[in-house]
Design a protein around this ligand. Structure first.
Ligand code: ZN
Length: 243
């Protein structure tokens, strides 16, 4: 079984299509594991939801998914995220909203637990340091955990009761060891590691390995749609910088 691991699509259909096409040419996939924030920020929230639902799909909710359907209050968001969240809410039809409302906060697949932010605060906490990693490992019931939310790719290994963060290097085949591990595949629709190309990962259960790829997409096309939708310029510009 091969799982296409996607996080933070953020309503960027051009990025999503580029990732799906790239994954299909790089060995294909049987299922999508989606780590949340399918909507928010970008110009195509409804089409992104419909597209991932065309595949076998296991998905969890992100904070922007919940903001789009009023499950959390967007007033905690920064100004441009708030504007985008309100805009997004008006773009979704009933079925798309029902889909977002149906998403669990945590899902378990094989040896993996899927969550947007962290296990101790699934849609709030950014897992980026020792403290947050230890907090998740303390309650992790599977061998591995997949997270998104920060849009920063990394691997975090538990070694002798402590943790070590590693680069999740592009195109490097990672053999999954017995160490418990937390992995972030990076962001599909709004990468924030100063690389504007879409980031995603593939898990192969037969080989028990993981690989991360990056792919170019038509950033200008997404940006033009955002201009047409009158979305905040800060959100439009950041796509070009990978921030
Ligand atoms: Zn996000």
């Amino acid at each position: 079984m091969r799982a296409l691991i996607l996080s933070d699509i953020h309503a960027n259909l051009e990025a999503l299509e580029a990732v799906v096409a790239d994954a299909q040419t790089c060995g294909g996939f049987d299922v999508i594991w989606c780590l949340g924030d399918t909507v928010g920020y970008g110009p195509d929230p409804g089409p992104c939801i419909d597209r991932i639902r065309e595949f076998d799909l296991v998905a969890v909710a992100g904070n922007h998914d919940h903001a789009a359907i009023g499950l959390i209050d967007a007033s905690d968001f920064n100004e441009s995220a708030k504007i985008a969240a309100n805009w997004t809410a008006n773009q979704l039809d009933h079925e798309q909203k029902e889909f977002l409302a149906s998403l669990p906060l945590v899902a378990v697949q094989d040896t993996f637990t899927l969550v947007h932010g962290s296990l101790r605060a699934p849609i709030e906490e950014y897992l980026l340091d020792r403290n947050s990693a230890m907090g998740t490992l303390a309650i992790l019931e599977t061998q591995y955990c997949l997270v998104g939310h920060s849009h920063i790719p990394f691997r975090c290994l538990e070694i002798d009761g402590d943790v070590d963060f590693y680069d999740f290097t592009e195109d490097e085949l990672i053999e999954m060891t017995n160490n418990r591990q937390i992995v972030n595949p990076g962001g599909v629709g709004q990468p924030r590691d100063r690389n504007p190309r879409s980031s995603y990962a593939i898990y192969d259960s037969t080989e028990n390995n993981l690989v991360r790829h990056r792919v170019d997409y038509d950033i200008l096309k997404t940006q033009r749609k955002m201009v047409a939708a009158d979305l905040p310029s800060r959100l439009i510009e950041r796509l070009g910088h990978g921030l």
